[in-house]
Structure formats: C-alpha cells, structure tokens
Design a protein around this ligand. Sequence first.
Ligand code: SF4
Length: 234
Amino acid sequence: MSSSVREKLTLPGGAQKLLLHSCCAPCSGELMEAFVESGIDYAIFFYNPNIHPLKEYLLRKDENIRFAEKHGVPFIDADYDTDNWFARAKGMENEPERGIRCTACFDMRFERTALYAHEHGFPIITSSLGISRWKDVAQINDCGHRAATPYDGLVYWDYNWRKGGGSQRMIEISKRERFYQQEYCGCVYSLRDSNRHRRDQGRERIRLGVKFYGDDDQCMREPADKPPHIETCS
Ligand code: SF4
C-alpha cells in the first residue's frame, strides 16, 4: 500500500508526449508509475555510459527493462559509449560527488537525451536523477535546462519528484519489486571513493549484484550523516 496518493500529472504546455531519461529502476519506478496513473504517453531513454563496470551497467539496465516491460513502456537502449564518458571526465577524476565531474556527467547524458527527443518528436524531457535525495536537484535541473535550450520547442521538465511522498514511494516500489540496490553512484571514481569510505569504517568492499531492496531494512535507515557518495544511484 502506497504511503500517499499521487497528484495527477499533466505535461508542461499541454504536451502529449514525454521522454524520460532513466538512471536506474529504483529512481525511475516512482516516475514511471506516476506517468502511467496520469495517462501520460512516454518512453524511457537509458543512456548512462558513466556506469562502471559493465556488469553493474547491465544489472541496472536489465532491471529497468524488466520494469518497463511490466508496464508496456517503450525502452530506448542508447549507447554505452564509455570512451566518450571517460574523455569527458578527464582531469576531474578526483573531484567530489556533486562537483564539476558530476555536472559534466549530467550534461553528457542530458545532451544525448535532448538530441534524441529533438530527432524523434518528443517535446518534453525529464529525468529520474533528481528523486534521489543525495543528489543536488539544482545542479541536475541546470544541466537539464542547458541541454534542452539549443532545440526550439524542447522543454526540460524540472518537476520535483521528491515532493508529495515521491521519495517514500520510490523506496516502497523498490522493495515491492525487489529491485537491485546499487551501492555507489555509478562511475569508477564513485566506486573507488565509496570503497575508501567503507575501508575507513572497517566495512567490506562493495560486491556487485548481491544487494536487493527488501532483503533487509538498510534502505529504510539512511542515517542523517551518510556521505552523499554512499549508496546512491547515478
Ligand atoms: S559520481 Fe555519479 S554523477 Fe558524479 S560523475 Fe560519477 S556517476 Fe556521474
């Protein structure tokens, strides 16, 4: 049973079609169900070449495909062009999460989303990235608006997906669906930094593919002092 009732959504400007950039199933689950309930016509655009290694990328993508198929939502599986991502992040390998490397990372993913939307007749784009409370929403929205700007008529929808119980429903859906629970943001640098943090705390290194929502209560007990680079999504 969901913790609260969703408001009925309408697309900005009376638009009829939406392209959702999805980072993973746990973050996009709440958005996907909200769009279905609101009768919004949408497709998922999965473009996340930041995710490292390939095993983790496939875990996150396949989970998202499974949920899209459950709802009959088109899933656009875009490039895994990691060479371009590493080129974009070059020189920023030691930047902290929420810093300039993340801005470049969001820019890259949103630029491709906006291009696809422009070429395929989607007037609105948005992203699941902002629902994670470990992300800087303003940073994400700046990148989204910047990506849409070059295209006449294309709008980045900066709806606050956390409000109205969205954050709590995100967890509830993830537990109900037993989604894979990633334990670092996504790139090799966030994996490195998360493991360093764990080492300093005397915890074991991250093991890929072993943790799922609902296995225990960890996902419901996010401590207030948890560093932003730990156990978030990309
Ligand atoms: S920490 Fe996350 S948002 Fe930042 S560069 Fe790495 S994958 Fe991208």
